[in-house]
Ligand binder design. Structure first.
Ligand code: ADP
Ligand code: UDP
Length: 237
């Protein structure tokens, strides 16, 4: 597969065209941002970890019947994926209160929910990814009712798979963000990435944060946390 022109450079990844119109190459960077790009930094080795972790988890999800964009890992930082038209919704699943949920609703971080929750944010950096309900998303033609139903079904199924897997690794899956996209024939697939950038992962024994909150909150030990979750994943995958 030949890498062609760069189509896009985002906050965490670059996207390249290939000689196949239906395939893209994503390249994972070490750049880290938080608070809608206000905080910038580097997490050394993050791109390599996120690439590998996302690919291993997506292959696991495929085995469980969830379609993903994953095609082939090309190198430490680069992966071949199916090109999708991204549905501009950040799909957030939560098992435990944290981050913006705790702030918005005044709930202590760590409060365990009775059932997992889902919420959508409109993926729009200029607007700061505002919360959006599914009626708004349908009204704005971001997705159809049927597509929203499919996304919800997949998102909760992904939660069950990932929660169980991380539990085997001694890690609590607190919350995470997913992005879905559409193939040319309209099929909805999981896209983007699943990594410590997009999930909150807490050590079961110590409660230690093993994710991007270490960077967001200046907790130190950021690289070590990414390396630790990658090690646990490798031991249990
Ligand atoms: P951001 O755009 O939020 O800064 P990234 O740096 O991760 O994020 O950039 C990757 C971009 O590629 C994102 O906008 C994401 O929605 C998009 N993307 C992820 N997977 C695919 C795919 N399979 N096809 C097309 N676009 C994708
Ligand atoms: N998240 C993400 N990208 C975003 C916003 C959130 O990957 O643009 C992830 C975040 O890592 C966490 C979950 O989604 O695992 C829920 O994040 P929250 O809404 O609590 O926002 P935050 O506190 O990160 O601003």
């Amino acid at each position: 597969m030949t890498k062609k022109e760069q189509l896009y450079e985002g906050k965490a990844k670059k996207v390249f065209a290939t000689d196949a119109p239906e395939l893209l190459i994503v390249s994972y960077k070490d750049d880290a941002t938080a608070f809608n790009g206000l905080k910038k930094g580097t997490i050394v080795g993050k791109g390599v970890i996120n690439n590998r972790m996302s690919n291993l988890l997506m292959q696991k999800l495929e085995k469980a019947g969830i379609p993903t964009h994953f095609v082939e890992e090309l190198s430490e930082r680069e992966t071949l994926v199916k090109k999708v038209s991204i549905i501009p919704l950040e799909v957030i699943i939560r098992n435990i209160a944290a981050g913006s949920f705790s702030k918005r609703y005044g709930v202590d971080e760590g409060f365990v929910f009775e059932t997992p929750t889902i919420e959508f944010s409109y993926k729009n950096d200029e607007l700061g990814d505002p919360l959006m309900n599914e009626y708004h998303a349908i009204a704005m033609k971001l997705a159809t009712q049927e597509e929203i139903e499919t996304i919800k079904k997949y998102a909760f199924a992904i939660n069950e798979q990932l929660k169980a897997f991380w539990a085997e690794c001694g890690v609590i899956l607190v919350d995470f963000k997913l992005e879905f996209g559409k193939l040319l024939d309209g099929t909805i697939v999981l896209a983007d990435e699943i990594s410590p950038d997009t999930c909150r992962l807490w050590d079961r024994k110590t409660g230690e944060k093993l994710d991007k909150d270490r960077f967001r909150r200046d907790l130190g030990g950021v690289e070590d946390a990414y390396a630790e979750v990658m090690k646990r994943l490798n031991e249990h995958i």
